[in-house]
Design a protein around this ligand. Structure first.
Ligand code: ZN
Length: 145
């Protein structure tokens, strides 16, 4: 499961579903007035929503400024601390009524009965933002699938 952006020239940009949601959420939060409410919502749905070239160029410019100001690095650090602070959650497989830990080893938690919070799957990195900026610059506009 993931998100693929298709540029007008056929190039692609791939993220996991979680890293895409983190990236798009960051963009929506920090690049005021570039995306419409519809862009923000449709961008989370992977249904082929089109981001026009002028919007893509504005996003690239906005994100480059945030990278230069260290805003992305600060956000990445903050997010990492948040993820590390999340409590472990009960293993979903061990919690199944028909799962018997005496009969088989749990391949999800390996017997720990707890796993990292699914919220830890969301991630935003400076590297990913830089890759997205490069993609936006060259894209000519793109579709979110
Ligand atoms: Zn388990």
């Amino acid at each position: 499961m993931g998100t693929i952006l298709y540029a007008e020239d056929g190039r692609r940009f791939r993220n996991t579903a979680w890293s895409w949601r983190s990236l798009w959420g960051f963009v929506a939060q920090h690049c005021d007035g570039i995306l419409s409410t519809r862009d923000v919502e449709q961008g989370m749905r992977n249904d082929g929503h089109l981001i026009a070239n002028d919007v893509a160029q504005n996003l690239a410019a906005c994100l480059e400024e945030l990278l230069d100001q260290g805003e992305v690095a600060r956000y990445e650090q903050f997010h990492q601390q948040y993820v590390e602070s999340l409590p472990l959650v009960q293993c979903w497989l061990c919690a199944q009524p028909d799962f018997d830990p005496a009969a088989e080893e749990c391949y999800v938690c390996h017997g720990d009965e707890v796993i990292p919070s699914p919220r830890a799957w969301y991630s935003l990195t400076e590297e990913n933002v830089r890759q997205f900026v490069t993609f936006c610059r060259k894209s000519g506009g793109f579709r979110i699938c």
